[in-house]
Design a protein around this ligand. Structure first.
Ligand SMILES: Cc1cc2nc3c(=O)[nH]c(=O)nc-3n(C[C@H](O)[C@H](O)[C@H](O)COP(=O)(O)OP(=O)(O)OC[C@H]3O[C@@H](n4cnc5c(N)ncnc54)[C@H](O)[C@@H]3O)c2cc1C
Length: 367
């Protein structure tokens, strides 16, 4: 279907900044570009009606890292890199809250827990023994010591140990994205849904929709795990993550979040329902995909895990998947690819935390 003259003239002509991707990073990039270039024409192009990547499909944890996740990352990447990531996550969450108040995205910041199953008492002891040192390191970048061994009082079963995480929080990702849309539109940023960018030309900063090429002044690519469809040669590996939400099973909502297995599995409540997600550690090859599909094995694994902790069977009412962007290194890629084209991708499964800050970094870089 060709664009009409009217569509071309009104929506697609004379674009200063074309941002591809309407997730948190695209929205934050557009917002910060608007701050820097008050009279520029900025247009966000999103292929789906909401966001077909991760920003409206995640678990909504506003977190900077559980103890076993951080210690495992240190083994892979060393303290400097891991502490930088912890700091970026914390700063990113502050940046998000400075633009969208917590109340507008059903946010809470009452802390979280890392929990260890009955069969993981040795792992719990090993992590607990390193907490003092971990707190010292983390305090250098956050200014406080977040981790303490504690006792859970919410009736969870089959637990050998629990570590409290101060200042961890959670949000409603749909409301967050809705707020970004409202803020950007009121600042004069145009956001166009349902337009799939078919190709980009990095050197000229051009992009193609419905077979027709467009030439903005600058092109900004914020497509995270879906980036390999548009640009080759970047270290971005798609990684699917699946989520289940139960029927109402709790007597009272929990106001804290829960992590286990080095952060690969996580759960929280949504009112009296429980959301549980993850499991990529057990199904890594299967979940390294761009396909937005749900699978029985991950479903059963997450459901069984949750039932163990709740001590009862539960019915699942929602099951979905989303695509994250991972890579060999855990940090994001925020850089120019040419004079005309920039990327801000590879959020490493922590884009709720770092996404706002990444958009700000991108805008700082663009001339
Ligand atoms: C199940 C799940 C749970 C998660 N839980 C958490 C969590 O609790 N806390 C946390 O911090 N992070 C979490 N994450 C990660 C977080 O959601 C992501 O890191 C973050 O949303 C990435 O934001 P983004 O804007 O970079 O990418 P995305 O949100 O993926 O946005 C990219 C957008 O680009 C669009 N797009 C792609 N290609 C094109 C194209 N050719 N043309 C037009 N548009 C295109 C896509 O439709 C998409 O909307 C989770 C992710 C998943 C999948």
């Amino acid at each position: 279907m060709n664009f009409s003259y009217w569509e071309f003239d009104f929506y697609l002509k004379n674009i200063d900044f074309a941002v591809i991707g309407g997730g948190i990073v695209g929205m934050s990039s557009a917002y910060h570009l608007r701050q820097k270039f008050p009279s520029a024409r900025i247009v966000v192009f999103e292929r789906d009606f909401f966001s077909a990547g991760a920003s409206s499909r995640n678990a909504g944890f506003a977190c900077f890292g559980s103890p076993s996740e951080i210690l495992a990352d240190v083994e892979q990447n060393g303290w400097d890199s891991v502490l930088k990531t912890v700091q970026n996550r914390y700063q990113g969450l502050k940046a998000l809250q400075s633009i969208i108040p917590m109340a507008q995205m059903d946010g809470m910041q009452n802390g979280g827990w890392e929990i260890f199953e009955s069969s993981e008492s040795e792992q719990f002891e090993a992590v607990a023994n390193q907490l003092e040192f971990l707190n010292q390191q983390v305090k250098c970048v956050l200014g406080f010591s977040p981790y303490h061994v504690g006792t859970l009082e919410n009736g969870l079963q089959n637990i050998s140990g629990a570590i409290a995480i101060d200042q961890e929080g959670m949000i409603h990702p749909g409301k967050m994205l809705g707020q970004w849309l409202q803020i950007n539109r009121s600042a004069g940023v145009e956001v166009l849904y349902g337009l799939n960018i078919e190709q980009v030309d990095v050197e000229s900063g051009s992009f193609q929709i419905r077979g027709r090429w467009f030439h903005p002044n600058k092109l900004v690519i914020c497509t995270n795990g879906l980036t390999p469809n548009l640009v080759s040669g970047l270290d971005v590996i798609p990684a699917r993550n699946q989520v289940l939400v139960t029927e109402e099973v709790l007597n009272e909502p929990w106001d804290q979040t829960f992590h286990l297995r080095e952060g690969y599995v996580y759960f929280r409540s949504i009112g009296k329902r429980v959301l549980i997600g993850g499991g990529r550690d057990l199904f890594r090859d299967q979940e390294s995909t761009l396909e937005l599909e749900e699978t029985d094995n991950v479903y059963q694994y997450l459901k069984n895990t949750l039932e163990k902790f709740l001590g009862k069977e539960v019915n699942i009412e929602h099951h979905w998947s989303g695509i994250m962007g991972m890579g060999k290194s855990k940090g994001p890629i925020v850089q120019p690819l040419s004079e005309k084209t920039y990327v801000a991708v590879r959020m490493g499964g922590m884009g709720v935390a770092i996404g706002t800050w990444v958009g700000q970094e991108l805008a700082n870089m663009v001339e």
